[in-house]
Design a protein around this ligand. Structure first.
Ligand code: ADP
Length: 190
């Protein structure tokens, strides 16, 4: 089994690269952002609870996010592995994920952070906001708040996974194909 965690600030290209890795390695791609958006679109209880946080660019509380993620994994067993895109984003989520996988005799193979500078990311997100219509991509203040959430709560996960010798970073600037190649050459060496 290969289980990969993709990190990166909003706009770093996690979703795009995860789709490519999903096909190449025959994995199941779980994007917590996509699952939340699906729930909002379908007016579920979970969607209703998550919406106010997402609209502001804040993280959704851990308890909601963790149980949703566990549910997604449990719904999709018998796969070759998972790509976790947008999860974990806090230390509590990382600990919960380790515990949850251990109970199933599974573990994270590696974590990879896609790196890009804030100014490039803002340009990408504002563009995505125009094309895709996501409200949290249309307002620079909300985008900066998401970066702040990342800096405050997610970036420390680097140390958490470095301690497990499972942290890598990849330059996320360049053509999509170039970034693909950087990722696969790293994964193929694992
Ligand atoms: P981006 O990485 O571009 O911000 P995502 O689609 O991954 O986009 O996430 C959108 C929003 O969904 C986040 O701003 C946050 O509110 C919520 N979210 C997604 N994943 C998590 C998570 N693991 N923990 C808490 N909130 C999350």
């Amino acid at each position: 089994m290969i289980n990969i965690v993709l990190f990166g600030k909003p706009g770093a290209g996690k979703g795009t690269q995860a789709e490519f890795l999903r096909i190449k390695y025959n994995l199941l791609h779980i994007s917590t952002g996509d699952v939340f958006r699906y729930n909002i679109k379908n007016s579920t209880k979970l969607g209703e609870l998550a919406k106010s946080f997402m609209d502001k660019g804040d993280l959704v509380p851990d308890n909601l996010t963790i149980s949703m993620l566990e549910n997604e994994v449990d719904k999709n067993t018998g796969v070759k592995g998972y790509i976790f895109d947008g999860f974990p984003r806090t230390i509590n989520q990382a600990k919960a994920l380790d515990k949850f996988l251990a109970k199933k005799n599974m573990h994270i193979t590696t974590t990879i952070a896609l790196e890009a500078n804030d100014e490039e990311l803002i340009i990408r997100l504002l563009n995505r906001g125009i094309i895709g219509g996501r409200l949290d991509d249309q307002d620079e203040e909300k985008i900066r708040n998401r970066f702040e959430e990342y800096n405050k709560k997610t970036s420390i996960l680097k140390v958490y996974y470095e301690n497990q010798k499972k942290f890598h970073s990849v330059n996320g600037i360049g053509e999509v194909g170039e970034v693909n190649n950087r990722l696969t050459s790293l994964i193929d060496k694992l």
